[in-house]
Structure formats: structure tokens, C-alpha cells
Design a protein around this ligand. Sequence first.
Ligand SMILES: [Fe+2]
Ligand SMILES: [Fe+2]
Length: 191
Amino acid sequence: MSRVDLESSIQSYLRSTLSPKRLIHSLNTAELCKNLAARFGLEPQKGHWIGLLHDAARELPPEELLQRTQSLGIRPDPQEQENPILLHGIISAEIARSRFGIEERELLEAIRHHTLGKPGLHPYGKVLYVADYIEPSRTFVDDTFRSRILALSLDEMLLEILEEEKRFRKNLASITQEMYDELKGRRVERA
Ligand SMILES: [Fe+2]
Ligand SMILES: [Fe+2]
């Protein structure tokens, strides 16, 4: 499929499955991922694809997310059983692969882990995690926070976002906490 055909087929798929608000969120995330990818030495076009597709499964019914995850041979953990929406990263990655032919591991990993992150996340995953959090239609962050984040290096961006999440939630999910500890450890090493 040519780049233009792929773009229009993804967009029409998203229009058929996402609410207008989430479609805007996805388009904004794609634009910001593209810019961040360019800035951090990644391929802008790939940044665009992962941003566009990261929430492709976000509005599927919870039972369908569970059932599709199980049919991939993945056993949801107790937290995911209880809150199957957490599985939308896995299924969005599966849609990117099977429906739109995206095969690269780091791109599929970025989509799969955009909800909670993970230690050892590839830069594409970091770019997506950051863009998903601060894209312009996100109302839980303000412009001061956004500009402060955008002035940082990629790891610092992620770390600041996780600090912010820690302020608002009592506990980070354990895999998110592991990513946080890894980033924090690196900063300490550099100091
Ligand atoms: Fe998401
Ligand atoms: Fe999102």
C-alpha cells in the first residue's frame, strides 16, 4: 500500500471506530509524535503511524478486548481482567499489524505499551507515551506544563510526566514504576 493509501485507509478506519473527540486526540498525537520523532533522530513517518494507531482499539467493548487478547494467546493479568480497557494497547498493536501491515517490533511495542509504559522502552515508545500525555487536546495538562516538557530531552520529558502522574495518583502501576525507577537511576548515574 502506498503511504497516501495507508494514511487514508487508517483514517477511515479510525473515523468508523472512534468518537470525534478520540479521533482528534489520535490526530494530535500523530502530529506531535511526528515532530518529536524528527527531533530525537527517529523517522517522522513512523512516529506519525504509531500516534495515529495507538488508540485504534480504545472504544471496543471490554468483552471484545478480553476475548481478542485471549485469542492472541496472551493471558490478561488480574489488573487487566478487572479493567479490560488496559488491553487496548495490545489490540491496537494487533490492528496495526494485521490490518495495516506494520511489522516493525519497536513500533508495535510502542503501541502495545503506551498505556503503562515499561522499563527498557524503545525511543518510539517514549515519544508516543509523551505525545499521548501532552497533545494539545489533553485538558489535564496546561500550556505551562506543556512548554516546560517540550523543552527537555526525551528521557527527561518522560520522567517529568511520570513525576506529574505520581502527584495525581497514589500509586503508579508496577510496570510504570519500574520504568520510572530506571529513568531516575539513569539520571542519578549521570549526575
Ligand atoms: Fe490509549
Ligand atoms: Fe491516547
